[in-house]
Write a protein that binds this ligand. Structure first.
Ligand code: GDP
Length: 304
């Protein structure tokens, strides 16, 4: 919980400070208040349509509840945010799925710099801590840096890494990793991939081939295809999400760098447009700064 609070401090301060300033400037809730609120939501990257919808609904709620002071409205806003998030996916499962037998496989996709390697490193550490036997695969064979970085995380976590030279076929690396995971009874295999959106057709082929290689050996796998997005890139993250979603089936989103973003509203925008659950959030660079996404905590974090 502390990590959540700490990590969201920046998002909270800019978003929450502005909300507080808004509250301070308006003794009574009037049209100007709602106009300013709408503008603030747009700037927080909630998305234009969502911002309009949210302020319209809040206007109604305020009338219904007879909320005359802006303070009364704070609770209404939090409740509404959580409601809106939940409404975008009924009965949705936020957890990371595991295999019923044999190794579990998670595939990580996303553009360079989004935080894929870091997320894999953190998750590997956390899984290790719970007693799981973890293996990593350096499926981003496009950049030497990506391979080295994953190997560094492997060393730090005390987890083996299957890697090949730059330019090798990523599916071949993944094939070796899956074989090893099966033969040596690993519980979980985390696969890094190169997210080159510049060439969507190639990316699609590459990801399809990787998935085929995995499911040939492990019919249930991959259990998760996780799209890693950098929250600080705001609307750009949303557009990446749309493009990846057209390229491959995404089972969940990891939203990184929420600690460095005043634009946490992107969570709602992604949710509203893609109907893909945010499963994990990155709240810093430390080992424990990767947390399951809890909508309630998130909404409260933003508006307190
Ligand atoms: P990749 O290219 O997608 O593998 O991205 P990296 O894992 O190399 O991450 C790019 C940069 O973002 C690195 O400097 C990471 O330390 C940093 N980073 C990743 N996740 C987070 C996060 O949740 N918070 C912060 N503050 N930095 C992060």
């Amino acid at each position: 919980d502390d990590k959540y609070e700490e990590g969201l401090a920046k998002t909270r301060s800019s978003f929450g400070e502005r909300l507080n300033a808004l509250f301070a400037n308006f003794r009574t809730v009037d049209e100007n208040f709602f106009d300013d609120l709408e503008e603030m939501l747009i700037e927080a990257d909630v998305g234009y349509d969502m911002a309009v919808k949210l302020s319209d609904e809040l206007r109604e709620e305020a009338k219904l509840k007879n909320a005359k002071s802006s303070q009364d409205l704070a609770q209404v806003i939090v409740t509404k945010l959580v409601e809106l998030y939940a409404a975008a996916g009924v009965n949705e499962d936020n957890s990371l799925h595991e295999a019923t037998s044999g190794p579990t496989v998670y595939l990580f996709v996303g553009v360079n710099g989004a935080g894929k390697t870091t997320t894999i490193g953190k998750l590997a550490h956390q899984l290790e801590q719970t007693g799981k036997k973890v293996l990593l695969a350096a499926g981003d064979t496009f950049r030497a840096g990506a391979i080295e970085q994953l190997q560094e995380w492997g060393k730090r976590d005390g987890v083996p890494v299957v890697a090949s030279a730059v330019g090798a076929d990523p599916a071949a690396v993944v094939f070796d990793a899956v074989k090893k995971a099966k033969a040596e009874a690993f519980d979980i295999l985390l696969v890094d991939t190169a997210g080159r959106l510049q060439n969507k057709v190639n990316l699609m082929k590459e990801l399809d081939k990787i998935k085929r290689v995995i499911s040939r050996e492990l019919p249930e796998a991959p259990q998760e295809v996780l799209l890693v997005l950098d929250a600080t890139t705001g609307q750009n993250a949303l557009s990446q999400a749309k493009q990846f979603n057209e390229t491959t089936d995404i089972s969940g989103i990891v939203l990184t760098k929420l600690d460095g973003s005043g634009k946490g509203g992107i969570v709602l925008a992604i949710r509203n447009e893609l109907h893909v659950p945010v499963k994990l959030v990155g709240l810093g660079e430390g080992m424990d700064d990767l947390q399951p996404f809890v909508p309630e905590k998130f909404a409260y974090g933003l508006f307190q």
